[in-house]
Design a protein around this ligand. Structure first.
Ligand code: SF4
Length: 743
């Protein structure tokens, strides 16, 4: 298949699910509407796909697919089919009525890290311009926000991996903190040598198992102690003399600020203290610190396990501090990065669907940024709303006296994926108007007053930005079924009915990308050079990718990228599979595979150490709730499972909720392997099958978060928020375990 899109060999595109965005080719199948998936060689997946990718086309022909708008005439009444004119007219009229009665902020928007860049961009514009509301945020707040905040603080710029995935191939030591790619994005494991892995996780995950079997390490720390473990490793690296090399001293002196404060923090985490708190033996600490420090090329990567805590930002900061002490960030062949989860987790946070940001990854409270974006949008800067509520505060305010009473949800299923999900269900039910754009009746759509059936990934084009910050083309392989519209068409239809013009809200993805490029120009995430011609020609466009007219142009938006975030490197080219020299950064239209090689993005070019201290989780086990519960993903499912639970092969392999528990702990609760169990936290309870696992810590339960109803793990989770990122404490709460029948 050519790089340029569809030809006789099929349509070159990328997987609809996670942030690895594996490359695939879609070809017509035996029956009309059925597409065959073939893996495509690409630097990230090298011809690999996981089960989710292989089966991704089956949802296109799912019998559960929606092909007509649904409208509920009365609260509690049934959903009935309606025409598009009726549905869009009803939504626009009621949005306008709510706005007139209670003000613009009474209408809210909830987006998604799964939306294309174009959709994320137009959704943000729709909220700010068509609705005039500040109340927009998205499910990425629950995903990447802690790492993003820590990255911005440390480096002055956040891009998940500031280097290509292929750099990991040659790494001599890779620390994975709270990440389980063997299940969440299996092709990534092809870049990781198990012998060189150090996996930090309270569970013996598939990734930890691979490390152990390959000669690497698994540091099985207590839940909520990742931060202390980082400080403990830093302490050992310091006292064992690993940080005093000429190169590392020079790096800290010339490329960073704040080392002395961090050194003082680490000084208190002598190995025995670290062992007492984290449960990681001193010998294992020393081995890990030595492996990491002796590696001439090394990486530290964080995932949701480290980030989804009420101290998520500080936890990531501690691991970045360790990376900076070792001189990794901005050094060729080494670095710190965050493994983004959602398909467009990276691009989704850059184009203005976040409560506090405008396109180009600009701050919404930055005057220059507001002026620039307002000019592109053709509105007065003072008409743009200010920052709104973060995702949890927004969901928790719905239907209350001071919160929004109407909500548009696009590409998300917060009824299952939000923390304290039973409370969220109540809040969604309390709305005067809930509008959901989706292609199936997700649990959130089931509560909606209006459901708008939208196209799937293979039926529309657009761009995605993968976990490396690399912009990719998603291509349309076939039209949507009759009765289905694209999200862009939905936004245009609503905006026009709310008094905006068709020119302001194009529904052609290429036209939206052109506008996005102008809006992002000069911002931290500059896409101005990411035109479809370059993308189709197979250029590897990692942002910032500047357009012809903005070489060396002024940077606005509160975060300066500087002019020399370059990587003079040889990279594998994108869709062509050829090799190309990626002279980057200053060249118009060339992307930036590696950030920070010459300077970090703070105005003085230096990274910041961030002194942080361990603190307990918002909730810890006690007599009433004596166990930790942690949540995560299964190989077969993605996010809330709204999609993958409807793929027969995946549903058959992973059909229902379960609780993974050490046999001794289970027997203590009177539970045999396979027994129905009840898990209870202060916020709710869950029913799940007991699954014995002798590798579990005796004090910790694990539940997958893909299931709704009685098995909804998020009924348990704690919405205690990180004060900086607004990230809820998904990864840790206190629970008790009991027999479901109460005997
Ligand atoms: Fe690749 Fe992720 Fe899709 Fe699996 S779900 S095929 S790892 S992009």
């Amino acid at each position: 298949t050519s790089a340029g899109g569809t030809d006789a060999a099929g349509t070159a595109t990328h997987c609809p699910y996670c942030a690895l965005q594996c490359a695939m080719t879609l070809t017509p199948g035996a029956r009309p509407g059925v597409l065959e998936v073939t893996p495509r060689d690409f630097p990230t997946n090298r011809g690999g796909l996981c089960q989710k990718g292989w089966t991704s086309a089956s949802l296109l022909t799912s019998p559960e697919r929606l092909t007509a708008p649904l409208v509920r005439d009365t609260k509690g009444g049934p959903l009935r089919e309606a025409g598009w004119d009726e549905a869009l007219g009803l939504v626009a009229d009621r949005f306008a009525a709510v706005r007139a009665a209670r003000g613009a902020d009474a209408v809210a928007v909830f987006g998604s890290g799964g939306l294309t860049n174009e959709k994320a961009y137009l959704l943000g514009k729709f909220a700010r311009v068509a609705l005039g509301t500040s109340q927009i945020d998205y499910n990425g707040r629950f995903c990447m926000s802690s790492a993003a905040a820590a990255g911005n603080r440390a480096f002055g710029l956040d891009r998940g991996l500031p280097f290509p995935v292929t750099d990991l191939d040659a790494s001599h030591a890779v620390v994975l903190v709270g990440a389980n790619p063997a299940e969440t994005m299996p092709p990534l494991m092809g870049h990781l040598d198990p012998a060189r892995l150090i996996v930090v996780d309270p569970r013996r995950t598939a990734t930890a198992q691979a490390a152990l079997e390959g000669g690497g390490q698994h540091l099985r720390n207590a839940p909520g102690t990742d931060l202390a473990l980082a400080l403990g490793l830093l302490h050992v690296a310091l006292v064992d003399g690993h940080l005093g090399t000429t190169e590392r001293v020079a790096y800290r002196n010339t490329r960073t600020r704040g080392w002395d404060d961090v050194r003082r923090c680490a000084a208190r985490w002598w190995p025995e203290r670290t062992e007492r708190l984290t449960g990681v033996a001193v010998a294992d600490l020393r081995r890990a610190a030595g492996t990491l420090a002796r590696a001439s090329r090394a990486h530290i990567l964080t995932g949701r396990g480290a980030e989804q805590h009420s101290k998520g930002v500080d936890t990531v900061a501690a691991w970045i501090d360790l990376a900076l002490a070792l001189g990794l960030p901005g050094t060729p062949g080494s670095g710190y990065g965050c493994l983004t989860g959602q398909g467009n987790g990276q691009g989704g946070r850059e184009h203005g669907q976040k409560a506090d940001q405008l396109p180009g990854y600009r701050r919404i409270d930055d005057r220059a940024a507001r002026a620039h974006v307002a000019e592109v949008w053709g509105v007065a800067p003072e008409t743009l709303p200010g920052p709104g509520r973060g995702a949890w505060e927004l969901l928790d305010a719905l239907g209350t006296a001071h919160g929004p009473s109407a909500l548009l949800v696009m590409g998300s299923n917060p009824a299952v994926s939000a923390p304290r999900s039973r409370r969220v269900l109540d809040r969604l039910r309390a709305l005067d108007l809930l509008v959901v754009a989706d292609f199936v009746r997700s649990e959130t759509a089931e509560l909606a007053d209006v459901v708008l059936p939208v196209a799937q990934w293979a039926e529309e084009s657009g761009t995605m930005t993968n976990l490396e910050g690399r912009i990719l083309r998603r291509r349309r392989a076939q039209p949507p079924p009759p009765g289905v519209r694209t999200d862009l068409e939905v936004l245009r239809g609503l905006a026009v009915r709310l008094g905006r013009t068709e020119a302001e809200f194009p529904d052609d993805p290429d036209a939206v990308l052109d506008e996005l490029r102008r809006a992002s120009r000069g911002g931290p995430a500059d896409y101005s050079g990411a035109d479809t011609a370059r993308l189709d020609a197979g250029h590897a466009l990692y942002w910032p990718v500047r357009g012809d007219a903005v070489t060396g142009g002024a940077v606005t938006g509160g975060v300066a990228t500087g002019g020399a975030l370059t990587g003079d490197v040889t990279i594998e080219d994108a869709d062509t599979g050829s090799a190309a020299t990626g002279a980057t950064g200053g060249e118009p239209g060339a992307g930036t595979p590696r950030l920070f090689l010459d300077r970090f993005a703070h105005p003085d070019g230096r990274a910041r150490f961030m002194p942080v201290e361990h603190r307990e989780a918002a909730e810890v086990p006690d007599a009433e709730y004596p166990l930790y519960a942690t949540t995560g993903r299964q190989l077969q499912h993605y996010q809330s499972g709204a999609q993958t639970r409807r793929v027969p092969e995946l549903a058959a392999a992973a059909p229902a909720a379960y609780v993974e528990v050490h046999p001794d702990t289970a027997r203590g609760a009177g539970l045999a392997d396979g027994d129905p169990a009840r898990i209870v936290s202060r916020r709710g309870s869950v029913l799940a099958r007991t699954r014995y696992d002798a590798t579990m810590r005796a004090d910790t339960l694990f539940l997958p978060f893909h299931f709704p109803g009685e098995g909804a793990a998020n009924a348990l989770t704690n919405p205690a928020l990180d004060p900086v990122s607004g990230m809820p404490e998904f990864k840790l709460c206190a629970v008790r375990l009991e027999r479901a029948d109460g005997d």
